[in-house]
Design a protein around this ligand. Structure first.
Ligand SMILES: C[S@@+](CC[C@H](N)C(=O)[O-])C[C@H]1O[C@@H](n2cnc3c(N)ncnc32)[C@H](O)[C@@H]1O
Length: 251
């Protein structure tokens, strides 16, 4: 798994991506609407799942990374919130019981690069849906123009720089290329301070799912795409939408 090194720095991940915002509100409302148990795949450090569990929903978080799960557990304990954290692979998992809501957010699904892996994940999801349950996921809406701009040159992402209490200001550089045949953006992320240039160098790869292939992949997994929104406010999906926010049911 090419993203494993990147996600082995959970504390830095949380400083770089502090979470919150409309995605949390959306999934909390979705959990309230659905009722029953909630499962998040690729739950990371629990940005969405801890607030959902705090709302009173029995919650299970599955992630590949022991480091991300340990940080999730630490934060949940600190808040006195009970969540069942489990280490596993979203491509193929077998958990006890079924869920009213299963979700995958923040492009986590796009770490699965092969079509077979996506279909296998959707099949596993289907096996965990209670009657009337929904499976919701969000992935970015790929822009061919932006993908083509990935030229392999290392550039600073000013908006991602953050303050680490132990190290001081951390700057973030990224170099990316786009492999059009695989539909995968291959990046290298560099974290630096003045005293420690490149103290983290980690690959991060992310697939694109194009709008026309998305419903086909979903249906091959035994699911049906019932709604596709284009942003967190509920605007229907359109060409220029930033995300594909997909609501699925068992087919
Ligand atoms: C971008 S983070 C998102 C974390 C969290 N969902 C959030 O919203 O903050 C992606 C997460 O997916 C996890 N992940 C990647 N591939 C996975 C796989 N095959 N199975 C389970 N988790 C995976 C990573 O370990 C990481 O924690």
């Amino acid at each position: 798994m090419t993203s494993a090194e990147f996600y082995s720095h959970a504390r830095l991940y949380d400083l770089m991506f502090p979470g919150g915002g409309p995605a949390v509100d959306y999934y909390r409302a979705e959990a309230d609407r659905q009722g029953g148990r909630v499962l998040e795949l690729g739950c990371g450090t629990g940005h969405k799942l801890i607030p959902i569990a705090a709302d009173g929903h029995p919650s299970v978080g599955l992630d590949f990374s022991a480091d991300m799960l340990a940080e999730a557990q630490r934060k949940a304990d600190e808040r006195g919130v009970a969540v069942e954290w489990t280490q596993g692979d979203m491509r193929d998992f077998d958990l006890d019981g079924t869920f009213g809501l299963v979700f995958i957010t923040a492009n986590s699904l796009l770490h699965l690069q092969e079509a077979e892996d996506l279909v296998s994940c959707f099949r596993s999801v289907r096996g965990h849906l209670a009657p009337g349950a929904r499976f919701v996921f969000d992935v970015f809406n790929p822009s061919v123009r932006l993908l083509a701009e990935a030229d392999g040159v290392r550039r600073t992402r000013e908006s991602l720089s953050f303050l680490d209490p132990d190290r001081g200001t951390v700057s973030v550089d990224v170099a990316e290329t786009y492999d059009a045949a695989a539909q995968v953006t291959r990046g290298t992320w560099y974290l630096s301070t003045d005293a420690a240039p490149d103290f983290v160098v980690a690959p991060l790869e992310i697939r694109s799912i194009f709008p026309q292939e998305l419903p086909l992949l979903v249906s091959l997994g035994g699911l049906r795409l019932v709604e596709r929104l284009g942003d967190w406010s509920g605007r229907p999906f359109a060409l220029d939408a930033p995300i594909q926010l997909c609501v699925c049911e068992s087919a």
